[in-house]
Design a protein around this ligand. Structure first.
Ligand SMILES: [Zn+2]
Length: 413
């Protein structure tokens, strides 16, 4: 058996689920908790990998659905895997593609709902858009958002794609539901996710053996169950102890429908049941206030497109909240975005210059704003880690949230 993946807990928060740890992968270590910036198509939009490294990103997460459609997993395999292909010196993750085939590019509104029997189509499907994904017990058939061609993902296909892409941490194929699905549908989706999880373990084991010359990849199971305590805990107990082909999951992702108000509760349910010694990843969550909720409930890694997506619209984070640097008050503001920030943008440029770049539609506006926002979020989670080690996480959290005025946001890409 190949080695190369491990997780160690360095310190825990007294009386809670929070912890600081270290994930080791064939491409390097990740000190946790950590924020993992998203490079959906093997690129963090507008920022070079070297700059991501410089701003403190420890790992990057790409998406199997997008890379499957373009350039295709064979190209990335031939290039030597995701990290080599994109010239990223460090660990990588890939999302299974399940969320994307069930939501993005398939014509749904913001909510996901796959049970056509219990929903009128106009409640679920965005106007003028054709429904482009169909789920059955074996997998999902969907239409490419790029050219309309038909494709099918199953557990086996998702594992084959993710093995070729070659990220250090990959995710099991799951059925992602929404808060709007009925309770019976959530139960059905959990049964499917259970069956698909076993099939992912089997195929992952087979591919690991067949491709024994490649770096070892760790497989994370994904916990669904929406807002139901019994379903979430049942799924956590099931996947937490699941073994097939002689292996279990190396870690876990928490996915699916999570509304802001119940985020901590749901993550707490799941993490109080999952094995303590395995790393836990919260999928698609990245607003500063939500990162605290995740960390105190035992999350080790996060990914989210929010920081880079809002940066491209000129929204930037500061210690007191976010603002739009292209707005009128900043035309002659010669201060950095945030005078407490240590990023390249804040060290070298003013709000006035960024305001000018955004108003002039200069491409480098997105680059400079993204560097700042990604640094802000990466550093915030790094500070949480340090606070856990120093034993003052709660004080650090209260101090940050006392100053920070938040806006909501959950974002996967
Ligand atoms: Zn900055």
């Amino acid at each position: 058996m190949k080695s190369g993946f491990s997780f160690e807990i360095n310190k825990t928060v007294e009386g809670g689920l929070g912890r600081a740890g270290t994930i080791s992968t064939p491409h390097g270590e990740i000190a946790t908790p950590a924020f993992i910036p998203v490079g959906t198509k093997a690129s963090v939009k507008s920022v070079l990998p070297g700059s991501m490294k410089e701003l403190g990103a420890q790992a990057l997460l790409a998406n199997a659905y997008h890379l499957y459609l373009q350039p295709g997993p064979d190209v990335i395999d031939e290039a030597g895997g995701l990290a080599q292909f994109m010239n990223w010196q460090g660990p990588t993750f890939t999302d299974s593609g399940g969320f994307q085939v069930l939501s993005l590019g398939v014509g749904f509104k913001k909510v996901l709902a796959m049970d056509s029997k219990t929903f009128r189509s106009d409640q679920v499907i965005a106007g003028n858009k054709e429904r482009l994904a169909h789920v059955d017990d074996d997998g999902v058939t969907f239409k490419s958002h790029l050219d309309g061609s038909m494709h099918r993902f199953t557990s086996e296909i998702s594992m084959q794609i993710q093995h070729k892409i070659g990220a250090d941490i990959i995710f099991a194929f799951d059925e992602c539901t929404t808060l709007h699905n009925t309770r019976p549908y959530q139960e059905l989706a959990l049964e499917r996710t259970h069956d698909w999880a076993i099939r992912c373990l089997d195929e992952h084991k087979r591919l690991t053996d067949v491709r024994s010359d490649k770096p070892n990849q760790a497989l994370f199971g994904v916990i669904q169950g929406a807002q139901y305590e019994d379903l979430r805990k049942e799924a956590a107990a099931d996947l937490g102890s699941m073994q097939s082909s002689g292996i279990g999951f190396d870690g876990f992702g928490i996915g699916g429908a999570l509304d802001k108000d119940s985020l901590g509760t749901i993550v707490g349910w799941v993490n109080s049941v999952l094995p303590e010694n395995k790393p836990k990843h919260l999928l698609g969550i990245g607003a500063p206030e939500d990162l605290f909720v995740g960390v105190e409930n035992g999350i080790d890694t996060f990914d989210c497109v929010l920081a880079s997506r809002i940066a491209r619209t000129s929204a930037v984070y500061t210690m007191t909240g976010r603002f739009n640097v292209s707005n009128a008050p900043y035309v002659r503001d010669f201060n950095p975005i945030d005078d407490e920030c240590d990023c390249y943008t804040c060290a070298n440029y003013t709000r006035a210059y960024l305001c000018h770049l955004f108003r002039g539609k200069e491409m480098v506006a997105a680059t400079l704003a993204t560097i700042h926002n990604e640094r802000f979020v990466v550093r915030l989670v790094d500070r949480m880690r340090q606070a856990i080690i120093d034993g003052d996480f709660k004080e650090m959290k209260d101090e940050f949230l006392g100053r920070y005025k938040h806006k909501s946001g959950q974002s996967r890409d």
